[in-house]
Design a protein around this ligand. Structure first.
Ligand code: AMP
Ligand code: MG
Length: 401
């Protein structure tokens, strides 16, 4: 038996380096992982500019008390530039975003002045009020988005604000995916008595895509040694990673083991966790191999614990593990010491704090517990039964982090 943490560390230690980068246009960059630091070529904003629609003045013309009248010398729209210097005793009508002319350092909002003809009456105001300063968002030469960052809409907007329109990102890791078992039937087709429809290939497909991977769907492989050997060999030639579900326990028809003993360097692990004990990990040719258990909850859980961090690492991401935080147990929970247990939980903010309850029956075949849940409740190895009110660790289900 190995611990979850040991398993995760061994996997990360044995992975090859990240998949190579490619250059793409920003409109395709959402959800991709940056493979370069993005450096600002200039200050943003590039010049001091007005934060409001109003009147730009030199602070020397601001009356310390009472009021003063200034001549309005022009009207500057956003996108325009005022040629020349604003002289003393003058004000420039200015729109939000327009650059301040030389000689101006303060802007009156239009609501607090009185305009009559070509003159404007102003009162006291703080020096530099309503000015957005050159470089206050981003300074020239600064790293604005670091390599390894997952690109969200805001990162992409920041990049385009620098005038850039292409980015170096990691290629998506290619993940070949297949289900094993004579009993597994393709949804949308008729099934024979004794067969079940494939769940794992679809939970795993979505999970791989959410991790930024590209899925190569190799379908369902029967419990037949030669067919499986051929399919796995094909998979290893086209993919960075091969993921299978089923066939890794010790049942008579569990062939993945036997086939892999011939094809590659594979370890079979008993992980001290519940659900999801058996797991195979290693390499087939150039590809990294994960053999996940067949039970639907166990396959998804072992994916989240072991495959997700590996795909993130291969995809070039910096953050590999999801956020977790403490929550109050809303009910007692059974727990065996010596293994890490993962219950599906419903997390809610109640009475001023986070509270979590289980989704009900927790069997490793009960996929509806994943559907009802919005988090995992992580009960650490040393822990025994949990009383209501104790703090437990929760990991919310999030698409990406
Ligand atoms: P195995 O590890 O192959 O012995 O499978 C363990 C359990 O998971 C059995 O009840 C299988 O029928 C079930 N199972 C295996 N593969 C799938 C799948 N792709 N979708 C749903 N259930 C599966
Ligand atoms: Mg099987």
């Amino acid at each position: 038996m190995i611990s979850v943490r040991d398993g995760q560390e061994r996997i990360l230690a044995l992975l090859p380096g990240p998949v190579p980068p490619e250059r793409i246009v920003v409109t395709r960059a959402l959800g991709r992982v940056l493979a370069e630091d993005v450096v600002a070529p200039f200050d943003v904003p590039p010049a001091d500019n007005s934060a409001v629609d109003g009147y730009a003045v030199g602070s020397g013309d601001v009356p310390p008390a009472g009021w003063r009248e200034l001549d309005v010398v022009g009207d500057l729209a956003a996108g325009g530039v005022f040629a020349g210097r604003l002289a003393a005793g003058r004000a420039l009508r200015i729109m939000t975003g327009a650059p301040l002319p030389a000689g101006a350092d303060t802007v009156y909002p239009q609501e607090i002045v009185e305009r009559t003809g070509d003159r404007v009456r102003v009162g006291p105001i703080a020096k530099a009020a309503n000015v957005r300063f050159r470089g206050e968002d981003v300074e020239a030469g600064a790293i604005v988005v670091e390599t390894g960052t997952l690109l969200r809409p805001q990162e992409i907007g920041l990049v385009t604000s620098l005038g850039l329109w292409q980015l170096e990102v990691h290629r998506r890791p290619r993940v070949a995916l297949l289900s094993t078992g004579d009993e597994v039937a393709e949804p949308g087709t008729a099934r024979r008595p004794g067969q079940i429809y494939d769940a794992n290939r679809f939970t795993l497909r979505g999970s791989i895509e959410q991790c930024g991977g590209e899925v190569l769907d190799l379908g369902i492989v029967p419990d037949d040694r030669d067919v499986m050997a051929a399919r796995l060999t094909d998979a290893s030639r086209v993919a960075d990673v091969v993921v299978t579900s089923g066939g890794v326990s010790v049942g008579a028809y569990d062939l993945v083991k036997a086939v892999l003993a011939e094809l590659g360097a594979i370890d079979f692990w008993q992980v001290a966790m519940q659900p999801g004990r058996p797991l195979a990990f290693g390499r087939i040719g150039p590809a990294v191999f994960f053999g996940l258990p067949g039970n639907p909850v166990a396959s998804l859980l072992t994916f989240l614990l072991f495959v997700r961090p590996a795909l993130y690492r291969l995809g070039g991401r910096r953050r590999l593990f999801p956020p977790a935080w403490p929550a109050r147990a809303g009910e007692p929970m059974r727990k065996k010491t010596g293994r890490r247990e993962f219950k599906r939980g419903i997390l809610a903010f109640r009475d001023g704090g986070w509270e979590v309850r289980t989704t009900g029956p927790q069997g490793s075949g009960i996929l509806s517990s994943m559907v009802a849940g919005n988090c995992l409740i992580v009960l650490e190895e040393e822990r025994g039964d949990v009383q209501a009110g104790e703090l437990v660790t929760v990991e919310p289900f999030v698409e990406a982090f």
